[in-house]
Design a protein around this ligand. Structure first.
Ligand SMILES: [Zn+2]
Length: 273
Protein backbone atom coordinates (compact mmCIF):
# COMPACT_ATOMS: atom_id res chain seq x y z
CA UNK A 1 0.00 0.00 0.00
CA UNK A 2 1.33 3.43 -0.92
CA UNK A 3 1.68 6.05 1.76
CA UNK A 4 -0.97 8.29 0.25
CA UNK A 5 -3.53 5.45 0.21
CA UNK A 6 -2.68 4.49 3.78
CA UNK A 7 -3.32 8.07 4.95
CA UNK A 8 -6.58 8.20 3.04
CA UNK A 9 -7.85 5.00 4.63
CA UNK A 10 -6.75 6.13 8.09
CA UNK A 11 -8.68 9.37 7.63
CA UNK A 12 -11.70 7.41 6.43
CA UNK A 13 -11.63 5.14 9.47
CA UNK A 14 -11.32 8.13 11.80
CA UNK A 15 -14.37 9.76 10.22
CA UNK A 16 -16.41 6.57 10.57
CA UNK A 17 -15.18 6.02 14.13
CA UNK A 18 -16.32 9.44 15.31
CA UNK A 19 -19.66 9.00 13.58
CA UNK A 20 -20.36 5.69 15.33
CA UNK A 21 -21.67 5.23 18.90
CA UNK A 22 -18.81 5.22 21.44
CA UNK A 23 -18.48 1.46 22.02
CA UNK A 24 -18.58 0.59 18.34
CA UNK A 25 -16.29 3.49 17.56
CA UNK A 26 -13.58 2.39 19.95
CA UNK A 27 -13.86 -1.16 18.64
CA UNK A 28 -13.36 0.16 15.13
CA UNK A 29 -10.27 2.09 16.22
CA UNK A 30 -8.74 -1.04 17.72
CA UNK A 31 -9.23 -2.81 14.42
CA UNK A 32 -7.76 0.05 12.42
CA UNK A 33 -4.68 0.77 14.54
CA UNK A 34 -3.72 -2.61 15.94
CA UNK A 35 -4.82 -5.10 13.33
CA UNK A 36 -3.85 -8.63 14.29
CA UNK A 37 -3.75 -11.57 11.94
CA UNK A 38 -5.98 -14.53 12.82
CA UNK A 39 -4.23 -17.23 14.87
CA UNK A 40 -5.04 -19.85 12.21
CA UNK A 41 -3.18 -17.80 9.58
CA UNK A 42 -0.17 -17.19 11.86
CA UNK A 43 0.15 -20.90 12.72
CA UNK A 44 -0.30 -22.01 9.13
CA UNK A 45 2.39 -19.60 7.88
CA UNK A 46 4.78 -20.69 10.66
CA UNK A 47 4.24 -24.36 9.79
CA UNK A 48 5.19 -23.71 6.16
CA UNK A 49 8.61 -22.27 7.09
CA UNK A 50 11.69 -24.53 7.31
CA UNK A 51 12.60 -25.83 10.79
CA UNK A 52 13.61 -22.97 13.12
CA UNK A 53 13.92 -20.61 10.14
CA UNK A 54 11.55 -17.61 10.13
CA UNK A 55 11.73 -16.81 6.43
CA UNK A 56 10.16 -13.62 5.03
CA UNK A 57 6.64 -15.13 4.94
CA UNK A 58 6.44 -14.83 8.76
CA UNK A 59 8.19 -11.47 8.99
CA UNK A 60 5.51 -9.17 7.60
CA UNK A 61 2.84 -9.29 10.31
CA UNK A 62 1.75 -6.21 12.25
CA UNK A 63 3.37 -5.14 15.50
CA UNK A 64 0.14 -6.16 17.27
CA UNK A 65 0.37 -9.68 15.80
CA UNK A 66 3.95 -10.18 17.09
CA UNK A 67 2.87 -8.86 20.44
CA UNK A 68 -0.21 -11.10 20.66
CA UNK A 69 1.54 -14.31 19.50
CA UNK A 70 4.93 -13.61 21.11
CA UNK A 71 5.03 -16.94 22.99
CA UNK A 72 4.20 -18.86 19.78
CA UNK A 73 7.03 -17.18 17.87
CA UNK A 74 9.38 -17.70 20.82
CA UNK A 75 8.68 -21.42 20.96
CA UNK A 76 8.62 -22.11 17.22
CA UNK A 77 11.94 -20.36 16.54
CA UNK A 78 13.80 -20.77 19.87
CA UNK A 79 13.95 -17.06 20.65
CA UNK A 80 13.28 -15.01 23.76
CA UNK A 81 14.15 -11.67 25.38
CA UNK A 82 17.66 -12.13 26.82
CA UNK A 83 18.96 -8.58 27.25
CA UNK A 84 17.73 -6.08 29.76
CA UNK A 85 15.67 -3.34 28.07
CA UNK A 86 18.37 -0.66 28.43
CA UNK A 87 20.86 -2.62 26.26
CA UNK A 88 19.35 -1.59 22.92
CA UNK A 89 18.51 2.03 22.21
CA UNK A 90 17.05 2.69 18.78
CA UNK A 91 18.01 -0.91 17.84
CA UNK A 92 21.65 -0.32 18.77
CA UNK A 93 23.92 -1.55 21.58
CA UNK A 94 27.20 0.05 22.66
CA UNK A 95 29.77 -2.70 23.24
CA UNK A 96 32.92 -2.22 25.28
CA UNK A 97 35.84 -4.34 26.39
CA UNK A 98 38.80 -3.25 28.50
CA UNK A 99 40.79 -6.22 27.17
CA UNK A 100 43.22 -5.46 24.32
CA UNK A 101 43.35 -9.24 23.69
CA UNK A 102 39.60 -9.52 23.09
CA UNK A 103 39.19 -6.25 21.20
CA UNK A 104 40.07 -7.47 17.70
CA UNK A 105 37.90 -10.60 18.00
CA UNK A 106 35.02 -8.53 19.30
CA UNK A 107 35.36 -6.05 16.42
CA UNK A 108 35.10 -8.89 13.87
CA UNK A 109 32.07 -10.40 15.63
CA UNK A 110 30.25 -7.08 15.81
CA UNK A 111 30.92 -6.51 12.12
CA UNK A 112 29.64 -10.00 11.31
CA UNK A 113 26.20 -9.13 12.71
CA UNK A 114 26.18 -5.56 11.39
CA UNK A 115 26.97 -6.70 7.85
CA UNK A 116 24.43 -9.52 7.93
CA UNK A 117 21.64 -7.33 9.26
CA UNK A 118 22.55 -4.35 7.08
CA UNK A 119 22.54 -1.97 10.05
CA UNK A 120 24.90 -0.96 12.86
CA UNK A 121 23.30 -2.95 15.67
CA UNK A 122 26.60 -3.24 17.60
CA UNK A 123 28.64 -0.05 17.96
CA UNK A 124 31.92 0.31 19.85
CA UNK A 125 31.38 1.93 23.24
CA UNK A 126 33.82 3.43 25.74
CA UNK A 127 34.63 2.71 29.39
CA UNK A 128 32.12 5.37 30.44
CA UNK A 129 29.53 4.83 27.73
CA UNK A 130 28.50 1.25 26.98
CA UNK A 131 25.46 -1.02 27.30
CA UNK A 132 27.21 -4.41 26.88
CA UNK A 133 30.49 -5.15 28.63
CA UNK A 134 32.78 -7.88 27.32
CA UNK A 135 35.53 -9.49 29.39
CA UNK A 136 37.15 -12.71 30.53
CA UNK A 137 35.43 -15.15 32.86
CA UNK A 138 36.37 -18.37 34.57
CA UNK A 139 34.10 -20.68 32.58
CA UNK A 140 31.93 -21.89 35.42
CA UNK A 141 32.64 -23.92 38.54
CA UNK A 142 35.08 -26.41 37.03
CA UNK A 143 36.46 -23.93 34.53
CA UNK A 144 35.25 -25.80 31.47
CA UNK A 145 31.47 -25.44 31.47
CA UNK A 146 31.38 -22.81 28.77
CA UNK A 147 33.53 -21.00 26.19
CA UNK A 148 31.38 -17.90 26.21
CA UNK A 149 28.47 -16.64 28.25
CA UNK A 150 25.96 -13.83 27.87
CA UNK A 151 23.74 -12.65 30.69
CA UNK A 152 21.54 -9.53 30.81
CA UNK A 153 24.19 -7.09 29.52
CA UNK A 154 27.49 -8.88 30.17
CA UNK A 155 29.49 -11.13 27.87
CA UNK A 156 32.27 -13.36 29.16
CA UNK A 157 34.91 -15.41 27.35
CA UNK A 158 36.52 -18.39 29.13
CA UNK A 159 40.01 -17.16 29.91
CA UNK A 160 41.71 -20.54 30.38
CA UNK A 161 40.31 -21.90 27.09
CA UNK A 162 41.25 -18.67 25.31
CA UNK A 163 44.82 -18.79 26.63
CA UNK A 164 45.29 -22.53 26.15
CA UNK A 165 47.49 -23.58 23.25
CA UNK A 166 45.70 -26.90 22.81
CA UNK A 167 42.02 -26.26 23.58
CA UNK A 168 41.15 -25.84 19.89
CA UNK A 169 42.52 -29.37 19.28
CA UNK A 170 39.99 -30.69 21.79
CA UNK A 171 37.19 -28.88 19.95
CA UNK A 172 38.42 -30.16 16.57
CA UNK A 173 38.43 -33.71 17.95
CA UNK A 174 34.94 -33.31 19.38
CA UNK A 175 33.56 -31.98 16.08
CA UNK A 176 35.37 -34.39 13.74
CA UNK A 177 35.23 -37.45 16.01
CA UNK A 178 38.87 -38.11 15.09
CA UNK A 179 42.15 -37.82 16.94
CA UNK A 180 43.90 -34.58 16.02
CA UNK A 181 47.65 -34.33 16.61
CA UNK A 182 49.43 -31.17 17.73
CA UNK A 183 50.59 -28.88 14.91
CA UNK A 184 54.23 -29.47 13.96
CA UNK A 185 54.88 -27.93 10.56
CA UNK A 186 54.46 -24.25 9.73
CA UNK A 187 51.44 -25.17 7.61
CA UNK A 188 49.88 -27.04 10.57
CA UNK A 189 50.47 -24.03 12.80
CA UNK A 190 48.92 -21.65 10.29
CA UNK A 191 45.88 -23.93 10.07
CA UNK A 192 45.65 -24.10 13.86
CA UNK A 193 45.83 -20.29 14.09
CA UNK A 194 43.03 -20.01 11.54
CA UNK A 195 40.83 -22.39 13.55
CA UNK A 196 41.71 -20.56 16.75
CA UNK A 197 40.77 -17.17 15.30
CA UNK A 198 37.57 -18.49 13.72
CA UNK A 199 36.55 -20.27 16.91
CA UNK A 200 36.85 -17.24 19.19
CA UNK A 201 35.26 -14.90 16.67
CA UNK A 202 32.39 -17.39 16.33
CA UNK A 203 32.11 -17.73 20.11
CA UNK A 204 31.70 -13.97 20.56
CA UNK A 205 29.32 -13.77 17.57
CA UNK A 206 27.29 -16.55 19.24
CA UNK A 207 27.11 -14.66 22.54
CA UNK A 208 26.12 -11.45 20.76
CA UNK A 209 23.39 -13.56 19.12
CA UNK A 210 22.07 -14.29 22.62
CA UNK A 211 21.96 -10.54 23.30
CA UNK A 212 19.67 -10.26 20.26
CA UNK A 213 17.36 -12.86 21.79
CA UNK A 214 18.48 -15.98 19.90
CA UNK A 215 18.58 -19.26 21.79
CA UNK A 216 20.33 -22.39 20.49
CA UNK A 217 19.66 -24.65 17.51
CA UNK A 218 20.88 -28.21 16.68
CA UNK A 219 22.29 -27.12 13.27
CA UNK A 220 26.08 -27.27 12.91
CA UNK A 221 26.07 -24.55 10.25
CA UNK A 222 24.43 -22.09 12.65
CA UNK A 223 26.43 -19.70 14.82
CA UNK A 224 23.73 -20.38 17.44
CA UNK A 225 24.43 -24.14 17.36
CA UNK A 226 24.71 -26.05 20.65
CA UNK A 227 25.42 -29.77 21.16
CA UNK A 228 22.20 -30.26 23.09
CA UNK A 229 19.01 -28.44 23.89
CA UNK A 230 16.61 -29.07 26.73
CA UNK A 231 12.92 -28.74 26.13
CA UNK A 232 12.27 -26.12 28.77
CA UNK A 233 10.71 -22.71 28.36
CA UNK A 234 10.64 -21.28 24.88
CA UNK A 235 12.21 -24.06 22.84
CA UNK A 236 10.63 -25.98 19.95
CA UNK A 237 12.07 -29.41 20.78
CA UNK A 238 14.94 -30.92 22.75
CA UNK A 239 17.94 -32.56 21.07
CA UNK A 240 21.10 -34.48 21.89
CA UNK A 241 22.31 -35.13 18.34
CA UNK A 242 23.38 -32.44 15.91
CA UNK A 243 21.86 -31.69 12.51
CA UNK A 244 24.28 -31.08 9.65
CA UNK A 245 22.51 -28.20 7.89
CA UNK A 246 24.55 -27.21 4.83
CA UNK A 247 27.56 -29.27 5.96
CA UNK A 248 29.78 -26.49 7.29
CA UNK A 249 30.63 -25.85 10.94
CA UNK A 250 29.95 -22.23 11.82
CA UNK A 251 31.86 -22.61 15.09
CA UNK A 252 35.14 -22.40 13.16
CA UNK A 253 34.22 -20.09 10.30
CA UNK A 254 32.30 -17.35 12.14
CA UNK A 255 29.82 -17.40 9.26
CA UNK A 256 26.19 -16.68 10.07
CA UNK A 257 23.70 -18.98 8.37
CA UNK A 258 20.56 -17.80 6.67
CA UNK A 259 18.73 -19.32 9.68
CA UNK A 260 20.76 -17.20 12.17
CA UNK A 261 20.06 -14.03 10.18
CA UNK A 262 16.34 -14.69 9.73
CA UNK A 263 15.96 -15.40 13.44
CA UNK A 264 17.70 -12.11 14.31
CA UNK A 265 15.39 -10.27 11.91
CA UNK A 266 12.46 -11.88 13.71
CA UNK A 267 13.67 -10.90 17.19
CA UNK A 268 13.85 -7.28 16.03
CA UNK A 269 10.16 -7.53 15.06
CA UNK A 270 9.44 -9.06 18.47
CA UNK A 271 11.07 -6.03 20.09
CA UNK A 272 14.06 -7.82 21.64
CA UNK A 273 16.60 -5.43 20.16
ZN1 LIG B 1 24.91 -20.17 23.82
Amino acid sequence: MKKKHLLASLLASLTIATALPFSLGSHFQTQAYAKTTAKKTVISRIQKTPDLNPTSSVRSFSKATYSQYKSTFNKEYNVDLMSKPSVFNHHQALVYTASPQLRKYLAVSMKTWNNALGTTVFKTGTSTNYTIRVGFGTGGQNGSLWDGLYRTNKLWVNKSHFNSNSYILTVLEAVSGKKVSKPKTAADKAAYDKYYRGFWEATITHELGHSLGLDHTPYLDDIMYAQSGESAGSIKYSWTTSKTGNGSFAGFTNKLSNRDINRAKLTKLLGYW
